[in-house]
Design a protein around this ligand. Structure first.
Ligand code: AMP
Ligand code: MG
Length: 363
């Protein structure tokens, strides 16, 4: 089979009830998966772009639609534990404990892969990343397809992840077989990726399940070197995806690090300076600070309140939509306040930091 990159196809669209998905629509979407096509679908984290995990040609279509580097492996989504057993060689007791506690949910486990998993899914690695999503549409799709579904986020590689069908269609219309539109996703950032292939379970990517939650059940958990050092020394990535630019809007994104008062002052000054140069400047701020950006004739070109500094879950849910807005409104510069690292806030700041390409202004 020859697939030509960039070749347009008709993308089928199904609007589904996220809590009680209509069976006929799920069955049709599942027949696309079984037929080797790609289908985007909602999970509780972000929208995924799925294909039959046991069909290497179908999986290849995901890489083409996303422009994803071939050495960046995919997460395989399951709806039953029996599917997990077919994908991995064994399930260590600690992994079983986490599965009981957090599945279905935003926790991905990296385990030694079985022979059946094609190397196209794992990008040549002998491990496979697996999770069970906590979303009715995703689970029903996997059940009716009758196979595990390999699915990375349904965005063009390097761009902000999609948390609504509108975001997916912007990047993927004409490049994928179909999309199930189940509204906005509830967690809003990707799953935690936990590697069980080394002696101590290691968080390769922070996400919806926090290190504190994992520590309650595991003897020991490590953050991969990049995570321990948020300033990022040179290191060999354990997770291939970690070396790529991620989540980036078109505009240059800067994190402003410092006390709230200093950060607000600096952001106001930077907005004015850049506006003088004719740039369009967005500010992503908190509920506690937004009023300071609306005073004394001062006006950012786009002001988005991500949520309260004390409510990281809301900030996580709104982050990618905010980055998509910045692109839609053609922002040249995006200034983001640093948010507290508590709970899911750690994963939120990890994504913002990646989106910034390490542009951090320390005060
Ligand atoms: P995405 O689904 O696009 O959010 O990306 C999945 C993430 O999981 C990427 O950072 C991958 O590099 C990582 N990943 C997937 N499979 C593996 C694996 N076998 N070992 C390590 N990391 C993995
Ligand atoms: Mg992704």
């Amino acid at each position: 089979m020859i697939i030509i990159a960039g070749e347009k196809m008709r993308t089928r669209y199904w609007r589904v009830n996220p809590f009680h998905p209509e069976k006929n629509k799920i069955i049709e979407a599942a027949s696309f998966i079984r037929g080797g096509k790609t289908v985007a679908f909602p999970t509780e984290t972000v929208y995924g772009l799925g294909a039959d995990a046991f069909n290497p040609e179908a999986v290849q279509k995901i890489f083409i639609a996303k422009g994803r580097p071939a050495d960046n492996p995919l997460i395989v989504h399951v709806a039953h534990l029996s599917q997990l057993k077919k994908l991995v060689q064994e399930i260590p007791p600690e992994a079983a404990l986490l599965i009981r506690q957090f599945w279905p949910g935003p926790l991905t486990l990296v385990l030694p892969k079985s022979r059946e998993v094609p190397y196209g899914v794992t990008a040549g690695l002998d491990t496979v990343a697996v999770r069970m999503p906590r979303h009715k549409v995703a689970l029903e799709l996997i059940r009716w397809a009758g196979c595990p579904i390999a699915a990375p986020s349904a965005n063009v590689s390097g761009k902000p992840s999609p948390t609504s069908a509108k975001h997916v269609l912007k990047d993927m219309y004409g490049a994928i077989g179909g999309i199930l539109d189940g509204g906005s996703t509830s967690v809003g950032i990707e799953s935690t990726v936990l590697d069980f292939s080394s002696d101590v379970p290691t968080i390769l990517r922070p996400g919806g399940v926090t290190k504190e939650q994992l520590e309650k059940l595991l003897k020991k958990v490590r953050l991969s070197p990049e995570r321990e050092n948020m300033n990022g020394n040179e290191f060999i990535p354990r997770s291939p995806g970690m070396k790529y630019r991620h989540y980036s809007p078109r505009g240059e994104l800067y994190i402003i690090r410092g006390s709230i008062k200093k950060a607000v002052g600096k952001i106001r000054e930077l907005v004015l300076n850049w506006q003088k140069e004719g740039k369009k400047v967005a500010v992503l701020c908190s509920r506690e600070t937004h009023q300071y950006y609306q005073r004394n004739n001062f006006k950012a070109d786009l002001l988005i309140i991500l949520g309260s500094r004390e409510d990281p879950k809301t900030v996580a849910r709104k982050l990618y939509d905010a980055l998509h807005w910045c692109d839609d409104k053609d922002m040249d510069i995006i200034l983001v306040e640093e948010f507290p690292f508590e709970g899911i806030g750690y994963a939120v700041m990890n994504r913002i930091k990646k989106a910034s390409g390490d542009r951090i202004i320390e005060l």
